[in-house]
Design a protein around this ligand. Structure first.
Ligand SMILES: C[S@@+](CC[C@H](N)C(=O)[O-])C[C@H]1O[C@@H](n2cnc3c(N)ncnc32)[C@H](O)[C@@H]1O
Ligand code: SF4
Length: 375
């Protein structure tokens, strides 16, 4: 079983924090869709003889696409691949795009999972983020989607901006729970250098909140969501039973996927490939074939080990020592065990049935702990 990711690199406005690949000019939209259709054909053998379990439209903002655009992409995927009849088909949406007509289109297209970027329930903060929508738009978009029969909905939230404190974060979590969605992704605001926020931060026009406050919000979120029947199956992802994201879980479990469109990444078990992050060049190179529209690298054993550690440690499934023993040279396993003893004593990880997972305190330091375990 494998997954397909399609990157739609267009947004109506640039959010002040966002470093994903997108353009706010939609003038090349049709040419770009054509180029993705061509890429799908050219790479038809990338995932060898595999059934497709998930299709994920990410961005950027895939909800800016028309029904015809999405149909043309799905049509060729269905022609070219053996797509499971119960495949999870996710589309990332911005609340302002989710009117009744758009929701009907998505139903007709058999999209069965919506990822809606709410980000915040505070209008002042949404304005500061340069989001297009208000908090009211966000809440009504979720309700409209539910009324149209979408059950599998996830919302994105961001905490840790200068607007957030433990009191309003508690009330945001309450609102998120009241929306009655079965999945929530919540990210600590990262200040990315090449964004407006990164620029303002560098020139001291903006301040970051301190790590202790973010940590308090993170732990509060775990507590509140757990009490409301959500499982934290990955550091930033919480779901009710039966609603884990299959597509993202498969990334973390090391399953294979093909990424289509500018900036998209692919993984076939032995190598990684990433497409050029430039819409015009992506279109040009695909059409005229003068240059490669992607780069790739063969993964070494060390790359594979480090990736396994990094991705698994963040999940509920943890690092499986038996898997390490089966898949890597003994030297990797002994390095792991040496570091593990220290981390257990520091109460950052626990081990049960040969599976290593993070403690609550460890979750605050996940990337650092993973790097301690790297070779
Ligand atoms: C690439 S966006 C696509 C979703 C959609 N365009 C939207 O904005 O709703 C995926 C998610 O990443 C999160 N994100 C992007 N940049 C971030 C940052 N600098 N810090 C924390 N979260 C971020 C946001 O929550 C966003 O919804
Ligand atoms: S957060 Fe979403 S809408 Fe905002 S710029 Fe990034 S991809 Fe576009």
């Amino acid at each position: 079983m494998s997954g397909i990711y399609i990157h739609i690199p267009f947004c109506k406005q640039a959010c002040n924090y966002c470093d994903f690949h997108f353009s706010t000019s939609l003038k090349n939209k049709d040419a770009l869709i054509k180029a993705i259709l061509l890429e799908i054909k050219l790479r038809k053998n990338y995932l060898q003889d595999s059934t497709i379990e998930t299709i994920y439209f990410g961005g950027g903002t895939p909800s800016v696409l028309s029904e015809k655009d999405i149909f043309s992409l799905l049509e060729i995927i269905y022609k070219q691949y053996d797509v499971s009849s119960c495949a999870e088909i996710t589309l990332e949406c911005n609340p302002d795009d989710l009117n009744d007509e758009k929701l009907k289109e998505l139903k007709r297209l058999e999209v069965n999972r919506l990822s809606i970027g709410l980000q915040s329930f505070n209008d002042e903060e949404l304005k500061w983020m340069n989001r297009v929508h208000t908090a009211q738009d966000s809440e009504s978009s979720v309700k409209r989607a539910q009324d149209k029969g979408f059950e599998n909905i996830t919302i994105d939230l961001i905490y840790g901006s200068k607007f957030s404190n433990i009191t309003n974060w508690r009330s945001s979590l309450k609102k998120a729970i009241q929306l009655n969605v079965p999945h929530i992704s919540a990210y600590n605001l990262t200040i990315e250098e090449k964004t407006k926020l990164g620029h303002d931060y560098k020139y001291q026009l903006e301040k970051a909140i301190d790590d202790e406050k973010s940590a308090e919000m993170f732990l509060e979120m775990i507590d509140v969501l757990q009490k409301n029947n959500f499982t934290q199956y990955e550091i930033s992802n919480f779901a009710k039973e039966g609603f884990y994201s299959i597509h993202n879980s498969n990334y973390w479990k090391g399953k294979h996927y093909i990424g289509l469109g500018p900036s998209a990444h692919s993984f076939d078990g032995a190598s990684r490939q990433w497409n050029i992050s430039n819409n015009n060049l992506y279109i040009k190179y695909l059409n005229d074939g003068t240059k490669k529209f992607y780069e790739n690298e063969i993964l070494t054993e060390t790359d594979r080990y480090n990736e396994y550690v990094l991705l698994s440690l963040r999940t509920i499934w943890g690092i499986d020592i038996n898997y390490l023993k089966q898949s890597f040279d003994n030297s990797y396993v002994s390095n792991f065990k040496n570091q593990l003893d220290k981390l257990i004593k520091q109460e950052k990880v626990i081990i049960k049935d040969n599976i290593v997972t993070l403690t609550e305190q460890g979750k605050l330091l996940a990337d650092k702990i993973a790097s301690d375990l790297f070779v």
